[in-house]
Design a binder for this molecule. Structure first.
Ligand SMILES: C[S@@+](CC[C@H](N)C(=O)[O-])C[C@H]1O[C@@H](n2cnc3c(N)ncnc32)[C@H](O)[C@@H]1O
Length: 360
């Protein structure tokens, strides 16, 4: 284990204690895990918005690595913007998810989104490397993560593949945890989980970081279902392939007829995660881009709406904003039910969500 970077142990212990104090970590076993795993081995460099790439020889690097922050470790240029494509997730979010994962000694876990390897190290420290499998779509990240895990004394299986496929060769798992957001929970994860096992994933449309809810599904034979769990953060969205970030590509827009009207429902309605779930249920495949002054919503049939202030410009086969207004009215009339009032079900046919009690 890496003893050459002086002072990491007391920093890791301080991070672990802070997570206990804040009530994020309640299980002493996870406190020990955070105190024992050298995060600096997994984050030899990270991007800082103001100073660019911060490397291991920079003053403040070690302190930053043991702070409760997300550290972006890979970026990619796409469509004129730099997008983060990998990071070491903020430890408090990771530990909150690991608590929800509810692991016990001897359980096997599949992690989707190996990234730096830090979370695989936490799982390996807790459950033993032999019980941990991790996959990432980026072969370079996988090689780097495998090497760093070995440097830190862990040997989980880390493989390069699209996480939507899971890793059948190592199944069945007791738990599946995705540290990258998917629009749909892939059925492969359900198939590869033991009956009674748990699949935990942030389910959200690409780029809609505000529209999130955590699916904590219990697998029951051929399907998995459970109410959503509130999730106040957003993982980066899964990449469709290794060459592109997981960002909305912009829907097809039918510009043949453009109409304008007013609306009492503004773009900020899209910020509510619970209402967003309802909108997605009513408008499958909907994409939304939120800007400083408004939003653009597109549906797969080419319908679109630009909303700014109280004005809606729209076009395509249907008035897509009317569907948002309908969802808003329905949700308001029921006292604005939270994400935990919606249940997600995944089976061979795909994923569906509905109000609790509404699925057969
Ligand atoms: C937030 S990072 C994961 C952080 C990681 N658990 C850690 O501890 O460092 C998300 C990762 O998901 C990976 N990813 C993106 N799309 C993916 C996909 N379709 N399948 C598998 N991994 C994917 C990215 O390459 C990135 O490394």
């Amino acid at each position: 284990m890496s003893e050459d970077v002086e002072g990491w142990r007391h920093r890791a212990a301080a991070l672990a204690d802070a997570l206990v104090e804040r009530g994020v970590v309640t299980d002493p076993a996870w406190r020990e895990v955070v105190a024992s795993v050298p995060r600096h081995v997994f984050v030899p460099a990270f991007y800082d918005d103001s100073s660019g790439l911060v490397t291991g020889d920079a003053p403040g690097w070690l302190d930053a690595v043991y702070r409760d922050d997300t550290l972006v470790t890979q970026r990619m240029e796409h469509g004129g913007f730099e997008w983060p494509t990998s990071s070491s997730t903020r430890p408090s979010l990771m530990l909150r998810m690991l608590k929800l994962l509810d692991v016990a000694d001897g359980m096997t876990v599949l992690e989707v989104g190996s990234g730096t390897g830090y979370n695989s190290a936490l799982l390996s420290e807790r459950l033993g490397s032999a019980n941990v499998t991790s996959v990432d779509i980026d072969p370079e990240l996988v090689d780097a993560a495998r090497g760093r895990l070995a440097d830190a004394g862990y040997t989980p299986v880390v493989a390069a593949r699209d996480g939507a496929l899971g890793h059948a060769g190592r199944a069945p798992y007791d738990r599946v945890i995705a540290t990258v957001a998917f629009e749909r929970v892939p059925y492969a994860w359900v198939e590869q989980t033991r009956p009674g096992g748990v699949v935990l994933a942030d389910v959200r449309p690409r780029g809609m970081t505000w529209a999130g809810a955590l699916a904590r599904l219990t697998v029951d034979g051929e399907s998995a279902r459970r109410p959503f769990v509130e999730c106040t953060w957003g993982f980066m969205s899964a990449r469709p392939d290794v060459s592109r970030p997981g960002v909305p590509e912009g829907g097809h827009i039918d510009a043949t007829s453009v109409r304008t009207r007013t609306s009492a429902v503004g773009a900020d309605a899209l910020h509510a995660p619970d209402l967003s779930l309802l909108i997605r249920q009513r408008l499958p495949g909907v994409t939304a881009f939120l800007g400083a002054d408004g939003a653009q919503v597109t549906a797969p049939d080419g319908s679109w709406a630009d909303v700014s202030g109280g004005t809606v410009e729209f076009g395509g086969p249907r008035d897509v904003w009317a569907a948002v207004e309908g969802a808003h009215a329905w949700w308001g009339a029921r006292g604005r039910p939270g994400v935990e009032s919606f249940v997600l079900e995944v089976d061979r046919r795909g994923q569906r969500f509905a109000m609790v009690g509404a699925l057969g």
